[in-house]
Design a protein around this ligand. Structure first.
Ligand code: ADP
Ligand code: MG
Length: 484
């Protein structure tokens, strides 16, 4: 799907590359044993290393390294058996060491790729340039006191993965799809919770524009955007800004900008002239990081089934559509729930119910799948009652709503409310006869050729039977009696 900006001098396309910072799920920090848990009282998850005390020696956390390798494998990327840690030097109040330990020339993960799903059902491949490990900084707090700022070092030293994409993204939609897919993969593997509101995943957005077929032009980098929607908006307004500059005969400066979502614009933070010289050099406290092929293979063998593979398997095993498989694999817990329901039930019916009434009820009651008031077994039981003709589909919808409200099982509700389907042909016939007698005019019309009235009689009969008639029997008997 092509995204274009029509300018006064012609048509422009956009070029985007994303640098995503993803906080590694681990108990301890990248180089210290302090807790990496989000939140906590300020400065309670801090070791002397995180506070930058002189003479402290960092020790790399093997679990963080494993998480980076798992992620690399999930991104179909090259794993480098030897990588290095470098110091990236800069001064900031919340960076007590005066440098961040990162990986510059020799990252642990090299080139990979992410397949993204677009709204029109097509897929595109976005290249991943690299993934490296680095430390997070602390947090400056400016809004607690009129004259002072405070520093919270809880986050200082927490492991981040920086995942850099190739400039392969060509629209806001593709950027959104890339971030969603990346987040989905990280969550499946369990290496990052992808929670953008809490800042455990954030993106630097590089944007440039060009006329079709041209080489790339100068890019601007929009720092620290913390929601997918804002990334998409930022790209749109930044590209528009650049087109206007080029078309007015100006030159786009390479600079760092920030996105102000309230005003819907990007603003300059710093330009190339005051760009940092980080004076990267290998951290003398850390040896090169050498891992073994066997270990990488073990991690690979232990990876869970990833979204693409799961999607293909659901389609293959259960005959669900491409669209359904996409929704059902959006989160691992949804797929698990579906498979638990679909077990010895009609899998197509199970998919219909999950995507329709079940998700509808979850939304309405403000629940996520993980705290659903109706369990997979509960939904499976309900579908079982449809399958064995205890209730019909329409009554089942009512039962599901009741299950959400009361937490009772489907069969308990059916018994309590007397919702069992009526399959007694005598009772159905009696109901039909009453309807026909009460609607002599309609009956005459039907007999004179107005076939469409059949539906009217079905509806009236079902209504008279409080929705509990067996639909197939009602249809059959009606046909018989109307013909008579
Ligand atoms: P730096 O190290 O200076 O940040 P990189 O080459 O690592 O530069 O690029 C950073 C990000 O910018 C990458 O995601 C890359 O895809 C993207 N990028 C590079 N050139 C362009 C361009 N002309 N337009 C848009 N994005 C770009
Ligand atoms: Mg950059």
């Amino acid at each position: 799907m092509s995204y274009r900006i029509e300018g006064t001098t012609g048509t422009w396309e956009i070029v985007v590359g994303l640098e995503v910072h993803a906080q590694v799920i681990s108990n301890a920090k990248l180089f210290s044993g302090a807790s990496a848990t989000y939140g906590g009282e300020p400065n309670t998850h801090v070791s002397l290393i995180d506070a930058g005390f002189p003479g402290m020696l960092p020790v790399v956390n093997g679990e963080c390294v494993a998480q980076a390798v798992r992620t690399g494998l999930g991104l179909n990327a090259v794993i480098h058996l030897e990588s290095r840690f470098d110091r990236k030097n800069y001064f900031y109040a919340d960076l007590p060491q005066g440098y961040q330990i990162s990986q510059f020339a020799h990252p642990i993960v090299g080139e990979g790729k992410v397949v993204v799903d677009l709204a029109d059902g097509s897929q595109r491949e976005i290249g991943v340039t690299r993934l490296h490990l680095e430390q997070d900084a602390g947090k400056s707090i400016h809004d607690q006191d009129p004259t002072r700022s405070f520093i919270d070092l809880n986050r200082s030293g927490v492991a981040l993965m920086e995942i850099v994409s190739e400039p392969d993204i060509r629209s806001p939609e593709e950027a959104g799809a890339y971030l969603r897919k990346l987040r989905q993969i990280l969550r499946y593997i369990g290496t990052c919770d992808g929670n953008m509101e809490e800042g455990s995943m954030r993106a630097d957005v590089n944007v440039s524009v060009r006329k079709a077929g041209e080489p790339f032009r100068t890019r601007c980098e929009i720092k620290n955007v913390n929601s997918i929607r804002f990334v998409m908006q930022a790209i749109e307004v930044e590209a528009q800004r650049q087109v206007e500059i080029w078309e007015a005969g100006g030159i786009v400066d390479q600079e760092t900008r920030l996105f102000d979502h309230a005003r819907g614009e990007t603003r300059s933070l710093r330009n190339k002239e005051d760009a940092h010289d980080y004076r990267y050099f290998p951290d003398p406290d850390l040896l090169p990081l050498v891992i073994e092929r066997d270990w990488v293979d073990e991690l690979k063998a232990a990876l869970p089934e990833l979204p693409e593979a799961k999607r293909a398997r659901l389609e293959e095993t259960y005959g669900v559509t491409r669209y359904e498989s996409g929704v059902l694999t959006a989160e691992q817990s949804v797929a698990d729930f579906y498979e638990a329901v679909a077990r010895d039930r009609d899998p197509r019916l199970a998919a219909n119910w999950m995507l329709g009434d079940f998700f509808g009820a979850l939304n309405r009651t403000g629940h996520a799948i993980d705290d659903s008031p109706v369990s997979a077994d509960g939904l499976r039981e309900l579908l079982g009652l449809i399958a064995d003709s205890t209730i019909n589909g329409k009554i089942a919808k009512e039962v599901l709503e009741d299950m959400f409200e009361t937490g009772e099982s489907a069969s308990a509700i059916v018994e309590r409310k007397g919702l069992r389907q009526v399959t007694d042909t005598g009772a159905i016939e009696a109901a039909i006869r009453e309807i026909l007698a009460a609607n002599a005019d309609k009956l005459a019309e039907y007999k004179s050729g107005k076939d469409k009235l059949f539906g009217f009689f079905v509806g009236q009969t079902m209504k008279a039977m409080k929705g509990k008639g067996n639909p197939a029997l009602v249809n059959d008997l009606l046909k018989k009696l109307l013909a008579g």
